[in-house]
Design a protein around this ligand. Structure first.
Ligand SMILES: C[S@@+](CC[C@H](N)C(=O)[O-])C[C@H]1O[C@@H](n2cnc3c(N)ncnc32)[C@H](O)[C@@H]1O
Length: 303
């Protein structure tokens, strides 16, 4: 039997019968797989089906590492410097999209009434802009339903049932700020298509704030013995940092802050869209292992 080597996955054995079944199930569920899976090895589809179970998990079945209720305070701590000021500068006609919002707690905190607002080290951030939470699975809580009803006027919206790539630009409109905390950027099977879609719904001069853990860091030494979760390699198999790949994106200004002293080495990423002809370097998915977040290995083009 053929064995496939994976630095994130270890050795794997393909199971073709099960694979065919999984692909059929994915199709029946309407879980359209994107470009990478169309030609993906069978074991990747198996892992994607496992990942789907994590998204659908509820109550006691939610794996402990799959955190879906981070507060706005956590976002301010985790996202790159500048997020707080950018949030505070939004006006009533501006829009904020949180991709991979989970319960949408950060947006609830943004809109919390002044007397119940959580302590956030972020002056003047309070809810003026319209905010959209996006999650594959619907994790809206009673609190979300109540706050959405009391705010009325569509000020906070929750989109679920699809991945970012499955929305049209018209459905989403444009945003001044897009955030992603352990969301699509950490979970997608097609990082290139994901970033391109994010930039397509960002206003010019708008900023995408994101992060990714357990990657080769841009500045700062990698911690010896790091178990990498997201790896990028070039055609010769050499490691490429996520920031050096992103910096080749046309019409985007990319800033990275490497956190080598965090428990899991993490790259904080801020991408400002500076013109409309965005073009993101292609990559193909080599390996994928379900998890929180999943293990992924991509090869950047040319292949
Ligand atoms: C671990 S939770 C993080 C939730 C929240 N950001 C937090 O920190 O509490 C991951 C979230 O990302 C969402 N997600 C993953 N991939 C996505 C994609 N391609 N498009 C939209 N949402 C995605 C999941 O559905 C889920 O809501």
């Amino acid at each position: 039997m053929r064995l496939v080597k994976s630095s994130v996955l270890g050795w794997k054995t393909p199971r073709t019968g099960l694979t065919v079944l999984i692909v059929i199930v994915l199709q029946v569920l309407g879980l359209k797989v994107g470009r990478p899976q169309e030609s993906a090895p069978p074991q990747i589809n198996e892992e994607i089906a496992k990942q789907e179970k994590i998204y659908r998990s509820r109550g006691a079945h939610v794996p402990s590492g799959y955190v879906t209720n981070r507060a706005l305070w956590d976002y301010v701590e985790i996202l790159p410097h500048g997020f707080c000021d950018a949030l505070a500068s939004l006006g009533s006609t501006d829009r904020w999209l949180d991709i991979g919002a989970g319960d949408g707690q950060a947006i609830l905190d943004y809109y919390a009434p002044a007397d119940r607002a959580p302590a956030v080290k972020c002056n003047g951030y309070r809810g003026r802009a319209r905010a959209v939470a996006m999650s594959i699975e619907d994790r809206r809580t009673e609190k979300w339903q109540q706050q959405a009803a009391s705010l009325g006027d569509d000020r906070i919206r929750y989109l679920s049932g699809k991945r970012l790539r499955q929305y049209s630009r018209e459905e989403l409109g444009k945003f001044q700020i897009i955030t992603d905390v352990y969301g699509g950027f950490s979970y997608t099977e097609d990082l290139s298509q994901f970033v391109e879609k994010v930039l397509s719904v960002l206003e010019i001069d708008g900023v995408f704030y994101t992060m990714v853990q357990r990657v080769h860091l841009q500045h700062g030494n990698d911690t010896p013995g790091t178990r990498y979760e997201t790896e990028l390699v070039d055609a010769a198999g050499r490691d490429v940092t996520v920031c050096s790949w992103l910096r080749k994106t046309a019409c985007a200004l990319v800033c990275c802050e490497s956190k080598s002293d965090w428990e899991a080495p993490t790259e904080l990423i801020n991408i400002r869209k500076i013109c409309s002809d965005v073009s993101v370097g292609r990559m193909k998915l080599l390996q994928y292992e379900a998890g929180n977040p999943p293990g992924r290995r991509f090869q950047i083009g040319p292949y």
